[in-house]
Design a binder for this molecule. Structure first.
Ligand SMILES: Cc1cc2nc3c(=O)[nH]c(=O)nc-3n(C[C@H](O)[C@H](O)[C@H](O)COP(=O)(O)OP(=O)(O)OC[C@H]3O[C@@H](n4cnc5c(N)ncnc54)[C@H](O)[C@@H]3O)c2cc1C
Length: 240
């Protein structure tokens, strides 16, 4: 089992954008060529820095979607008037070089040796670090039971929909529940949704929750109400 690297200043690296692929209505995947001085663990993120010609800098965090050992892929959702995400949606091109450092994060991490069952709950782009865990599970621990409860506004907002559907169909032990909040019968994740997920997965040994503050807060409370012990639940919050 690889231990998360000890805290020490992380160097900035130059990362070359080698491909850009739309993966949902407002989300693009960016494959980067970059070498870190430590291994990537599933669930970690990077810090990215943009510098304008006048020297103004913007820094943001983005989770790593790729499995450990499979390079670095980020998935960035274009949000409203967002400074950095809109840059990636409308300006960034293959061949551009950006500054980033990482991998960062020691507690929101899942490794094959951690075993399961693993409950993954993602809201919107909060699915990205969970995707890294799922991709890691598929190659390193395919027998570990895992369920992804993924909540998004509409079917067009499901990130890597084809990959998730295909994994659910072909990977024994992986189960998928997509919750659409804004389709005809849509509603937010509630006690019934959580109950359904838990009855299909069994009692989770680990529960990873990621998304907006409000989403993570709401789902954590639902899991606690359903009897999931607090020590099992780990959260990552993307802000707004
Ligand atoms: C650990 C971590 C990992 C993250 N991983 C990802 C990831 O994998 N993919 C991803 O797309 N984002 C991720 N984020 C969010 C990301 O860091 C930025 O906050 C997001 O891209 C918005 O930045 P911006 O500069 O475009 O918007 P800003 O200029 O900072 O904000 C512009 C507007 O967008 C709103 N806004 C800010 N952040 C969000 C948000 N997350 N969702 C909705 N509205 C928002 C603000 O309220 C504001 O109105 C992560 C955040 C953290 C802390």
């Amino acid at each position: 089992m690889i231990e998360p690297a000890p805290a020490r200043p992380l160097p900035w690296h130059e990362a070359l954008i080698v491909s850009i692929t739309p993966v949902a209505r407002r989300v693009k995947a960016f494959r980067l060529a970059v070498s870190f001085d430590r291994p990537v663990l599933a669930g970690q993120h990077v810090e990215l820095r943009l510098t304008a010609p006048d020297g103004y800098q913007a820094r943001r965090s983005y989770s790593i979607a790729s499995a450990p050992g499979d390079g670095v892929e980020l998935m960035i959702e274009s949000v409203g008037d967002g400074e950095v995400s809109v840059f990636f949606d409308t300006v960034a091109e293959v061949g551009d070089v950006i500054a980033l450092r990482g991998p960062i994060g020691g507690s929101f991490v899942w490794q094959a040796a951690d075993d399961g069952p693993v409950l993954l709950v993602g809201g919107g782009s909060g699915v990205v670090p969970l995707l890294s865990m799922l991709r890691h599970r598929a190659v390193a621990a395919p027998d570990v039971p895992a369920l992804l409860l993924y909540s998004v506004a509409t079917a067009d907002d499901v990130i890597v929909a084809d990959e998730l559907t295909s994994r659910a169909r072909s990977e024994p032990g992986f189960d998928l529940i997509v919750n659409l909040t804004r389709d005809d019968t849509g509603r937010r994740v509630d006690a019934t949704t959580v109950e359904r997920a838990l009855s299909r997965l069994g009692a989770p040994r680990h529960a990873f929750l990621c998304g907006s503050n409000a989403f993570v807060e709401a789902v954590a409370n639902l899991l606690l109400d359903a009897g999931v012990p607090p020590g099992v639940i780990r959260t990552e919050r993307f802000g707004a």
